[in-house]
Design a protein around this ligand. Structure first.
Ligand SMILES: NC(=O)c1ccc[n+]([C@@H]2O[C@H](COP(=O)([O-])OP(=O)(O)OC[C@H]3O[C@@H](n4cnc5c(N)ncnc54)[C@H](O)[C@@H]3O)[C@@H](O)[C@H]2O)c1
Length: 241
């Protein structure tokens, strides 16, 4: 059952919104009336949504894109920090340092950089919603995904810290921590890894992007007003705490 919200008049940015979870979030926000801008390093056109080519690790890309949006609308109501890079799936001892730099760069430092630039616009308005995409890996620490787990744990701690820094405003900052969701990011790991992940899940399936989007939309809405600094599992029962 689809729950609907009225985001008419709200401006939203979804990073990594061209594929997977971000694409679903952007589509649902647009369908609910929001003026949605996707910031993706490799953008794909989507109906009723504007794309800007933004690599979240590049401060200059973010600044140029933000300047264009603010010049037009003067506001950012919703920021979904979703752009992510999983990296290779293997043991830490054979990890290439260039890969862990990229994983931390996109998932954690990208979230910092985007938030650092967007937050002043929200603070000026005194309100807003920030949803950071973490991961089950950041809570549990998954073998063969050490750097990704560390980046995601950083996103979770960042969410908690930042939420407290802005709690005297109407800005709410929360995190969603999905387990395996059916996107290219997971499918790239190959059938064996994916079926092992399904086997480890109490619900015995991958999550769907629309299921994650439903939670994100609620967190972006006025219906979620007493939640901030919280981490919401979306793991089919796999998360243990
Ligand atoms: N799919 C899952 O099982 C799962 C589980 C837990 C967490 N997550 C998190 O959810 C988010 C979305 O994952 P997904 O599965 O939809 O991934 P995906 O690979 O399907 O899509 C990721 C999107 O991010 C974009 N992107 C990558 N690097 C970027 C950069 N530097 N700047 C801007 N855009 C960039 C890609 O172009 C792509 O459009 C990620 O943060 C991921 O870590 C996913």
């Amino acid at each position: 059952m689809a729950v609907t919200y009225d985001f008419a008049g709200k401006t939203a940015i979804v990073t990594g919104g061209s594929r997977g979870i971000g694409r679903a979030v952007a589509a649902h926000l647009a369908r609910s009336g929001a003026d949605v801008w996707i910031w993706d390093a490799d953008p794909v056109p989507a109906d009723g949504i504007r794309n800007q080519t933004v690599d979240v690790t590049k401060a200059g890309d973010i600044k140029a894109a933000l300047t264009e949006i603010v010049a037009g609308t003067g506001r950012i109501d919703i920021l979904v920090n979703n752009a992510g890079y999983l990296g290779p799936y293997h043991g830490f001892e054979t990890f290439d340092p260039a890969e862990w730099q990229r994983i931390i760069g996109v998932n954690l430092l990208g979230t910092f950089e985007v938030t650092h630039q967007v937050l002043p616009v929200m603070r000026q308005a005194g309100r807003g919603r920030i949803v950071n995409m973490g991961s089950l890996a950041g809570k549990e620490g998954l073998p063969n995904l050490a750097a990704y787990s560390a980046a995601s744990a950083g996103v979770i701690a960042f969410t908690k810290a930042l939420s407290r820094e802005v709690c005297d405003t109407g800005i709410r900052v929360n995190c969603v921590a999905p387990g395996p969701i059916d996107t290219d990011l997971i499918r790239r790991l190959g059938n064996k890894v994916v079926s092992d992940m399904i086997g480890a899940s109490p619900l015995k399936r991958l999550g769907a992007v629309d299921e994650v989007a439903a939670l994100v939309l609620w967190l972006c809405s006025d219906a979620s007003s007493f939640n901030t600094g919280a981490v919401f599992d979306m793991s089919g029962g796999r998360a243990r705490y």
